[in-house]
Design a protein around this ligand. Structure first.
Ligand code: 3EB
Length: 347
């Protein structure tokens, strides 16, 4: 008898080292039950076994999926510190924190969330953050005298400084997006995800932009705490590039107000500048086609035009994920983040 086996379309390679695979929910469940188990994942539009979902509408074809982060394999440890749950192997850790929404000042919640992350990093033995993902509801809303994103930035920077982590140069690659207003939904609160290692990554900046941690008080009393990108050794003779959320900002100012296509084009120029910065610091020779992108659009109706522009810039790349989310400045209509892996070494 012949068994009809489904093709192993989303089966991850067995190669050693850090990698990320985009899995449909069925493939995620299979991967979560086999070896190596993922260190963790970002559940785009879904909650799955062992995975708190990010309740963002998925606009790209294929629907909800999971970005699964796989590490060394081998022995895994897991733990809980404060509100953080983490899973680690000998080289990497992935953690998540999911808190209920608050209506009042977010700065205290953000500070405590980050202090919990730093405690978890010490507990799991991988104290260096490679990448952070931040999601909060009503990011552009008023939290009581100050925009909620700006309150978040106050608490985040405070925690970095209190815990002795670099709040300026050397801050991790990150993104910060708004969830749809969903106070009554289980997924409506603060959601943080992080990937960490024992060795600090190499932070990168974009010469077209002021470092975000040096933004003036025009954009809030405390600056956001992130670098434009980071390079890290991914094992197996490969380099990992983590590109932070990238938008239509030149210097420190948002440009092309009200014009999503012009914003998307400016974002691509910024992404190229980050690729150039990366290629000056490693031998990988990253190109646009290497970028596994996630596209955030404020308005669902803008997705098709932005995706067409991106597809033209990276004809050889895997199809990007596109989700609807609020971007952290009210005038920004689109933001793109990415990760890439390529053979090479840090230089
Ligand atoms: C910007 O360049 C756009 O607060 O962690 C991008 C990436 C943005 C990360 C963050 C914010 C963050 O300022 C917004």
């Amino acid at each position: 008898m012949t068994l009809a086996l489904s093709p192993p379309t989303s089966a991850p390679p067995v190669a050693a080292g850090l990698r990320c695979v985009r899995l449909d929910p069925v493939a995620w469940a299979r991967q979560a039950a086999s070896s190596p188990r993922p260190l963790g994942g970002l559940g785009w539009g879904i909650a799955a076994p062992g995975l708190a979902g990010l309740e963002l509408p998925v606009l790209s074809e294929g629907g909800p999926l999971v970005d699964a982060w796989l590490g060394q394999g081998g022995t895994q440890r897991q733990g809980r510190n404060g509100a953080v749950q983490w899973q680690a192997d000998d080289r990497w850790a992935f953690g998540q924190l999911d808190l209920p929404d608050v209506d009042g000042d977010l700065s205290g919640v953000a500070r405590q969330a980050y202090l919990d992350i730093f405690t978890a990093l010490r507990a799991c033995g991988h104290t260096q953050v490679l990448r952070l993902w931040n999601y909060l509801p009503r990011i552009n809303g008023d939290g009581g005298g100050l925009e909620r994103y700006r309150q978040f930035n106050i608490g985040r920077q405070q925690a970095f400084m209190e815990a002795g982590h670099d709040a300026f140069e050397g801050a991790p690659a990150a993104c910060a997006l708004g969830l749809p207003d969903a106070r009554d939904m289980p997924g409506g609160g603060l959601h943080l995800r992080f990937l960490a290692a024992s060795k600090a990554p190499r932070p990168l900046e974009n010469p077209r932009q002021v470092p975000a941690y040096r933004y003036s008080s025009t954009y809030g009393p405390r600056a956001p705490t992130f670098s434009r990108a980071a390079l890290a050794d991914a094992g197996g003779g490969r380099v990992a590039l983590f590109v932070s959320g990238t938008a239509s900002i030149v210097g420190e100012h948002s440009v092309h107000h009200g014009d999503v296509l012009a914003q998307a084009r400016e974002t691509l120029v910024n992404l190229q500048a980050v690729l150039d910065a990366a290629n000056a610091r490693c031998t990988a020779g990253f190109t646009f086609d290497d970028l596994h992108c996630t596209v955030y659009v404020r308005h669902a109706g803008d997705a098709a035009a932005v995706l067409a522009l991106l597809a033209a810039a990276q004809p050889g790349a895997p199809a990007p994920l596109c989700v609807q989310a609020d971007v952290c400045r009210a005038e920004l209509l689109v933001e793109i983040e990415a990760h890439a892996f390529a053979p090479g070494a840090l230089a």
